[in-house]
Design a protein around this ligand. Structure first.
Ligand SMILES: Nc1ncnc2c1ncn2[C@@H]1O[C@H](COP(=O)(O)OP(=O)(O)OP(=O)(O)O)[C@@H](O)[C@H]1O
Ligand SMILES: [Mg+2]
Length: 357
C-alpha cells in the first residue's frame, strides 16, 4: 500500500482539473493529517488491502496471461497461412482496468483485463474459439466461463486461483506495437461496437487517473466510500444502485472540487456535496467531447432515452456515456437518504471534536 499524498503540491499553481473552479483550495491542518492516518489504519484493519504475496501472485498471473495471448496470436497467424515474417511480427497484449488498475482492489478481488489484438484476430473464432481452447487445456485455468453474447463480451476464469474477467478489443491495426497508447481516439476507428465498449473500460480508468489532482488521496477516499456503500447496501449496479465505476467517478469529482484536501476531509465533503446535489444534473470529470468518429455520446437534449436518466454519472473518455443508467426513483431515494445519513454523522463527529478542542 502506498502512503497518503501529504506532499500534495498547491493545485492553485497547476492546471485546473474539472469543469468548474474548485470549491476550496484549503490545504490540510495537522488535525487532518492525524485523522487521515487514523482512517488509513481503519481501512487496513478492515482487511481492505492485499498483502505483498498476493500482489506478487497477481502480477505473475498477469505476466503469464500476456505471454499466453502473444503465443495465441502467433498460433492463429500460422493457422491462417501467414508467412514467418508476419508471424514473427504478430502481437497481442493485455491491459488492466477497473478497481485493480485504479489501485483500490481488495484481497481476492477480480482483475478486469483487456486483451488487444490485431485486425486478423477475430472475436468469435479466434478469441472465443482458439484462445478459449488454449485456456481450457491449461491446468492453471479453472472455472472458465465464456459469455460471447453479453453487451460487453467477456471470458471469466481463474488462473492459479486469481479471478479474471478478460475482454477483447479487435483493432484495425495489422501489428499491435508494444507501446500502444489506448487513450488516442484513432484507436476506435474501424472497430466494432463490442470493441469500442471493451476499450472503454481502459480508456475511462486511465482518464480518471489523469483527472484527479492527487491519486493517493483519491484512492484512500474511494476505498472508504466503497466500504461505506457496501455496508449500507447501496453497492450494486445490477440492483439499480451504484457499482465500482460510479463510486470512482463520484469520488473523483470531489477530489477535483477540493484538490488540496486529505481523505478525512474528502469523505465528509463527499457526503455534503451529494446530499445537496440536484439530480439529474450530471456529475462529470470533464466536458463531453463530440469526437471525430461520430459515435453517440450522452446528450439528453438529443437522445430521448438520455432524458430519463435520474442520476447521470458521465464517463470521461470518448464516447462519454452515463454509467448509472440503472438507477430508478426508488434507488435514488435510498441513496439520497444514505448521503444525508453520512453527512449527519460527519457533522456530529465534527462538532463533538470541536467541543473537545
Ligand atoms: N455501467 C458502466 N458504464 C461504463 N463502464 C462500466 C460500467 N460498468 C463497468 N464498467 C467498466 O468496467 C470496469 C470494471 O467494472 P467493475 O464493475 O468490475 O468495477 P470496478 O471499478 O472494477 O469495481 P469492483 O471493485 O466492484 O470490481 C469499470 O471500471 C468500468 O471501466
Ligand atoms: Mg472489477
Amino acid at each position: 500500500m502506498g502512503s497518503t499524498g501529504f506532499s500534495n503540491c498547491d493545485i492553485g499553481q497547476r492546471q485546473r482539473l474539472g469543469i468548474t473552479e474548485p470549491i476550496s483550495l484549503s490545504g490540510p491542518t495537522e488535525y487532518d493529517v492525524a485523522k487521515t492516518r487514523e482512517l488509513e489504519k481503519y481501512l487496513q484493519d478492515a482487511g481492505l488491502y492485499e498483502n505483498q504475496d498476493e500482489a506478487i501472485c497477481r502480477e505473475e498471473v498477469l505476466g503469464r496471461l500476456d505471454q499466453i495471448v502473444k503465443i495465441w496470436v502467433k498460433t492463429i497467424c500460422r493457422a491462417k497461412g501467414f508467412n514467418e515474417q508476419l508471424v514473427k511480427e504478430a502481437n497481442a497484449m493485455i491491459f488492466t482496468f477497473g478497481s485493480y488498475r485504479l489501485g483500490v482492489h481488495g484481497p481476492g478481488a477480480d482483475i478486469d483485463v483487456l486483451c488487444v489484438g490485431p485486425r486478423h484476430a477475430t472475436r468469435k473464432e479466434d478469441f472465443f474459439g482458439e484462445l478459449h481452447k488454449m485456456l481450457s487445456e491449461m491446468p492453471e485455468v479453472t472455472e472458465l466461463h465464456p459469455v460471447p453474447d453479453a453487451h460487453v463480451p467477456v471470458m471469466g476464469f481463474k488462473f492459479n486461483g486469481v479471478s479474471l474477467d478478460l475482454l477483447y478489443a479487435q483493432l484495425s491495426l495489422w501489428v499491435i506495437p508494444e507501446d500502444l497508447d489506448l487513450s488516442q481516439e484513432a484507436i476506435l476507428q474501424y472497430t466494432d461496437e463490442q470493441t469500442v465498449r471493451s476499450l472503454n473500460g481502459c480508456r475511462v480508468t486511465d482518464q480518471i487517473l489523469h483527472l484527479v489532482p492527487n491519486i493517493q488521496n483519491f484512492r484512500t477516499t474511494l476505498r472508504c466510500v466503497k466500504l461505506w456503500a457496501k455496508c449500507r447496501g447501496v453497492y450494486s449496479n445490477v440492483a439499480g444502485f451504484l457499482g465500482g465505476i460510479n463510486w470512482a467517478l463520484l469520488v473523483g469529482r470531489i477530489c477535483q472540487l477540493y484538490p488540496n484536501a486529505l481523505p478525512n476531509m474528502l469523505v465528509s465533503r463527499f457526503f455534503r456535496v451529494y446530499t445537496q446535489w440536484r439530480w439529474p444534473n450530471p456529475v462529470m470529470l470533464c466536458t463531453i467531447k463530440e469526437g471525430s468518429l461520430g459515435l453517440q455520446v450522452w446528450d439528453p437534449r438529443r437522445n430521448p432515452k438520455d432524458k430519463y436518466h435520474l442520476m447521470p454519472i458521465i464517463t470521461p473518455a470518448y464516447p462519454c456515456m452515463n454509467s448509472s443508467y440503472n438507477v430508478s426513483l426508488s434507488t435514488l431515494r435510498v441513496m439520497t437518504e444514505e448521503f444525508q445519513r453520512g453527512d449527519e454523522i460527519c457533522e456530529v463527529l465534527f462538532f463533538t471534536l470541536k467541543e473537545k478542542m
